[in-house]
Design a protein around this ligand. Structure first.
Ligand code: PEP
Length: 255
């Protein structure tokens, strides 16, 4: 069965509520009646409610950019999976390299968050990726494997069916220097092979794996033509309605 492409906008720490309202209205204007891609936006927590209201009659889905792995309680400043589910999120981005680097999140913590997301019917978009030095030292595959190992350790077969991975090489994020379609496809194929080896052929074939790192209107078509790339996780280009629409309305078809 073909995997439906998914384009996800990660707004990061951008857009006030007022700015979010304008951006969402503009994005909605670019929607086509028949959309071949699934689309999701992940605004900051403060804009999720208003996004939900504005997106009600559209097929744009909502995601969050982080959450904590505990159910509830005295964890000042944190947001739970239950809260995200209740506000209408379908996805949650976990383990983004900015969280791993600036907030020192470990692969184990990220795996626990992903498991908790699944407990609340959220789809975790688990990000993995190597830095430039690791790539140059030919350690990229090893690094990705290590990051994913923590997920494999606690995920049962039925959990893995609900996961999305995003391969985001750190050297390509926000730098304007995207991985080539070949590089991106090759790593995504490797991730799929790890899933196949640990779980089943069926799960490996159905799981979506996105690419992220300087995706824009110049490279989206070529990236999406690659057999293993199922979509994009987009930072910078998702902050403008035109540039984001050029991604979810990309026009290469491989199926
Ligand atoms: C990201 O932060 O997930 C990302 C891919 O950013 P950008 O598209 O700006 O490189």
């Amino acid at each position: 069965m073909a995997r439906k492409p998914l384009i996800v906008g990660n707004w990061k720490m951008n857009k006030t509520v007022t700015e979010s309202i304008s951006l969402i209205r503009e994005i909605v204007d670019f929607l086509k009646r028949e959309q071949n891609t699934e689309i999701a936006i992940c605004p900051p927590f403060t804009s999720i409610w208003v996004a939900r209201e504005l997106l009600q009659d559209t097929n744009i889905l909502l995601g969050a950019q982080n959450m904590y792995y505990k159910d509830e309680g005295a964890y000042t400043g944190e947001i739970s999976a239950k809260m995200l589910q209740n506000i209408g999120c379908k996805f949650v981005i976990l383990g983004h390299s900015e969280r791993r680097i600036y907030f020192k999140e470990s692969s184990q913590e990220i795996a626990s968050k992903a498991k908790q997301a699944i407990n609340y019917n959220l789809i975790p978009i688990i990000c993995v990726g190597e830095n430039l030095e690791e790539r140059e030292l030919n350690q990229a595959n090893y690094i990705i494997q290590e990051q994913i190992k923590s997920v494999f350790e606690i995920f049962k077969m039925h959990d893995m069916e609900k996961v999305i991975f995003a391969y985001e090489p750190i050297w390509a994020i926000g730098t304007g220097k995207s991985a080539t379609p070949e590089e991106a496809n090759s790593m995504i194929k490797f991730i799929r092979a790890l899933v196949r080896e640990k779980y089943t052929e069926k799960i490996a074939e159905q799981i979506k794996i996105l690419y992220g790192g300087s995706v824009n209107h110049n490279n989206i078509n070529e990236l999406m033509l690659k057999p293993d790339i199922d979509g994009a996780l987009v930072g910078g280009a998702s902050l403008n309605a035109l540039t984001f629409s050029q991604l979810f309305n990309y026009n290469s078809r491989k199926y």
